[in-house]
Ligand binder design. Structure first.
Ligand SMILES: [Zn+2]
Length: 409
C-alpha cells in the first residue's frame, strides 16, 4: 500500500534537486501507469512498439513527470568522513595508497550494443576505454536480457533467477516492490551506502524505474542497520523523466553540483528506444548509431562534471538485434560493454587481464562452463561499493570479491 502523501509533481517545479522541499513525496506507481497508458506498450517487448503509437501523458507545460522519494528527516551528508583505512570493504581491507574515491556514478546506457563502441565514432567512450579499465565483452544477467531484471541485477549484484536470485522477472510499470515479488527483503547498493550515511540517488528515463523509488522509499526500505539512524528511505532522490535523457542527465548534473550525493545511478533510454523503433543496427548512419553518438555526447557532459574524487562505471542492461533484445541466447543481446574510470584505476587496462584470477573471458560464448564467471553488468553494485570502501550488498553473489581495477605493481 502506498502512503497517503503520494503526489504527482511536474518536473518543471524542481529544476534543481536542492530546491525540492524536504517533504517526503513520491509518485504512486499506479498513477504513473495511468499517465503512461496501458502496459501493453512496454518498449522492451519488441518490434510492435513504435514511438508513434505511444501516447505519452499530457503534462502541464512539460512532457515529463518526476518521481521523488526523499525522507523528510533524512540527514544526507556525503561529506561525512570516509571509513578508516582498515574499514571492511567488498574487496577486503582497504588498499594502502589507493586514492580516495568519495563518489561513484553508475550510468546504464539502455540497449547499448558493445560492437557499437568499436565501430562508431564515439570519442567519449573511446576516452573512457583509454583512460580506464574496460571490456567490450561483458555479459548481462546469466538468464535474461531485458531491462528491469538486469537493472535489478545491477543494484543488487544478484542474478535474476535461481536460489540466490532477486527474482524480479517483470518488465513493466508495477505497483509491487522488489521485496513483495521476492518474498523477503532484497537489499541493494543503496542500502549499504545509505545506512553508512552517504547520500544516494537514482535518475532514470523510463517510468518503470519507479520500481526502485518505491521499493526503497521510507515505507518499504529496511531499517537503517548502522547508527545513526538515517531513516528507511535508501534512495534520497528517485527521479523519472519519461523518455527524456537530457532532462535525466540534467538531474544527474544537479546532483553532482549539489555535492551531497555519494552514489548516483543514471539510466538513459535513447539507444533502446531507437533500436525498438528502427532496429538495433550499429552501422554508421543508422538512427541507432545516431542515438549511440548522442549518448556519447551526454557522457562527455557528465564526465566534465565528475571531479577528481569520482569514479564512473558505464554499462548497459542488454544489447539488441532486429527490433528487440529479449532472447538471452543471442550474442548481440548478451554481449555488452563495461567501463570504469576514476582515481587509481589503471589506464587503458583490459578488465579480463586485470581479473584473470577470478573472471574468465567467455569469447563469443554466453558464458564459459567450468571456468570462472565472465564480467557481468550485475557487478556494478558491488563494484561501486568497493570503490567507496564499503561492504558488499547483503545477499549478493556476483561481484564479490569485486573486480580488480589496477595492474599489480
Ligand atoms: Zn528495450
Amino acid at each position: 500500500m502506498r502512503a497517503p502523501w503520494l503526489v504527482v509533481i511536474p518536473a518543471l517545479a524542481c529544476t534543481s534537486v536542492d530546491e525540492v522541499p524536504s517533504v517526503a513525496r513520491v509518485v504512486d506507481a499506479r498513477v504513473l501507469e495511468t499517465l503512461d497508458g496501458p502496459m501493453a506498450w512496454n518498449p522492451d517487448l519488441g518490434p510492435e512498439w513504435r514511438p508513434d503509437n505511444v501516447e505519452l501523458p499530457p503534462a502541464p507545460g512539460r512532457d515529463a513527470y518526476v518521481v521523488e522519494a526523499r525522507a523528510a528527516d533524512a540527514d544526507v551528508d556525503a561529506t561525512r568522513p570516509a571509513p578508516a583505512d582498515d574499514a571492511p570493504s567488498a574487496t577486503g581491507p582497504r588498499v594502502t595508497g589507493w586514492p580516495t574515491v568519495r563518489r561513484v556514478v553508475i550510468v546504464s546506457v539502455d540497449g547499448l550494443r558493445a560492437d557499437a563502441l568499436s565501430t562508431l565514432d564515439v570519442p567519449t567512450f573511446d576516452a573512457l576505454r583509454r583512460e580506464g579499465a574496460s571490456t567490450l565483452n561483458a555479459r548481462t544477467d546469466p538468464g535474461r536480457t531485458v531491462t528491469l531484471p538486469n537493472h535489478t541485477c545491477m543494484v543488487t549484484s544478484r542474478p535474476t533467477d535461481g536460489p540466490d536470485g532477486h527474482g524480479f522477472t517483470g518488465n513493466g510499470v508495477t505497483d509491487a516492490t522488489l521485496h513483495e515479488i521476492h518474498g523477503g527483503y532484497v537489499a541493494s547498493l543503496f542500502d549499504v551506502a545509505h545506512d553508512r550515511g552517504l547520500g544516494t540517488a537514482m535518475v532514470a528515463a523510463k517510468p518503470k524505474f519507479s520500481l526502485y523509488g518505491h521499493s526503497y522509499d521510507a515505507e518499504h526500505g529496511a531499517p537503517d542497520l548502522e547508527p545513526p539512524d538515517d531513516g528507511r528511505a535508501k534512495l534520497d532522490v528517485a527521479l523519472v523523466e519519461a523518455y527524456d535523457d537530457d532532462a535525466t542527465l540534467a538531474h544527474g548534473l544537479d546532483l553532482l553540483a549539489g555535492g551531497r550525493t555519494a552514489l548516483i545511478f543514471i539510466h538513459l533510454h535513447e539507444c533502446d528506444s531507437a533500436g525498438h523503433s528502427t532496429g538495433f543496427n550499429p552501422a554508421p548512419g543508422t538512427p541507432y548509431a545516431a542515438a549511440v553518438r548522442r549518448q556519447d555526447a551526454r557522457l562527455q557532459r557528465l564526465r566534465a562534471a565528475l571531479g577528481d574524487d569520482t569514479a564512473l562505471i558505464v554499462t548497459t542492461d542488454h544489447g539488441g538485434s532486429g527490433y528487440g533484445h529479449s532472447d538471452p541466447a543471442l550474442r548481440e543481446h548478451y554481449t555488452i560493454p563495461f567501463l570504469v574510470v576514476g582515481p587509481g584505476i589503471s589506464r587503458g587496462a583490459d578488465l579480463y587481464a586485470l581479473n584473470a584470477d577470478h573472471r574468465a573471458d567467455p569469447g563469443i560464448a554466453r558464458a564459459a562452463e567450468d571456468e570462472p564467471p565472465p564480467i557481468r553488468n550485475c557487478e556494478a553494485g558491488n563494484l561501486a561499493l568497493s570503490l567507496l570502501q564499503l561492504p558488499a550488498v547483503p545477499g549478493s553473489v556476483i561481484g564479490r570479491p569485486a573486480l580488480h581495477l589496477r595492474r599489480a605493481p
